[in-house]
Design a protein around this ligand. Structure first.
Ligand code: G6P
Ligand code: MG
Length: 216
């Protein structure tokens, strides 16, 4: 068993509650196209790229669009989403996230971000957390989406830490699978029913501390 040396964090739904903003913007788009989707269906969109999310949503609505139309729809959704995230402040950091990042830093752990979002940089900047990360892997750097392990393996590589010495924090089914496929430990943020494969399930980073981390 390797000693834990690094933590890799998903962003949306782990550090900030932007998962809600993604949901609102996708729902608005679906409603404009005259259909709706449930919060349960939304779980499948977590951790999935913008393009793949749109393809899933259109398939749920039974709607066919050309590539050019899809691009326009994804652009429209992203504009609404960006309007919401540019208004974010540090008050929107989820409970316990800042404290845990500070504790990790003080104890010399390496920290990376592993997010599918192309907007990750703006969000970290708006909530004032950019300086906590030794490496930032976002949707602009990855070529394949979670559940492929690429995003987290890239993070580990940039930190120069072997995958087995990394713990990933994830709220998405696809993200938990991605971390496990990369040979990492994973803490699921959410419910056991959805994130069954994780090594530990917590409801938020306020439940996390260095002692629990060392026992993983
Ligand atoms: C994260 C979210 C997904 C989102 C993806 C792309 O993984 O969990 O819901 O679709 O990022 O985000 P973007 O900001 O690039 O549209
Ligand atoms: Mg997430």
């Amino acid at each position: 068993m390797s000693e834990i040396k690094a933590c890799i964090f998903d962003l949306d739904g782990v550090i900030v509650d932007t998962a809600v903003y993604h949901y609102k913007a996708w729902k608005r788009l679906a409603n404009e196209l005259d259909f709706d989707f449930t919060e349960e269906a939304n779980e499948k969109l977590k951790g999935i790229s913008r393009k793949e999310s749109l393809a899933l949503i259109l398939s749920w609505g039974g709607v066919d669009k050309t590539d050019a139309e899809k691009e326009e729809l994804a652009r429209r959704k992203n504009n609404w989403y960006v309007d919401m995230i540019t208004a974010m402040t540090p008050a929107e950091i989820l409970p316990g996230a800042l404290e845990f990042l500070q504790a990790l830093r003080q104890s010399g752990y390496k920290i990376a971000l592993g997010s599918a979002s192309k907007n990750a940089g703006i969000i970290l900047d708006k909530v004032g957390l950019t300086s906590y990360f030794d490496a930032i892997v976002d949707g602009n750097l990855v070529t394949v989406s979670k559940p492929d392990p690429q995003v987290f393996l890239k993070g580990a590589e940039m930190l120069r830490v072997e995958p087995a010495a990394c713990v990933v924090f994830e709220d998405a089914v696809a993200g938990v699978e991605s971390a496990l496929a990369g040979g990492m430990k994973v803490v699921g943020i959410g419910s056991r029913e959805t994130l069954g494969g994780a090594n530990l399930i917590i409801s938020g980073l306020h439940e996390m501390n260095l002692e629990t981390l060392k026992k993983l």
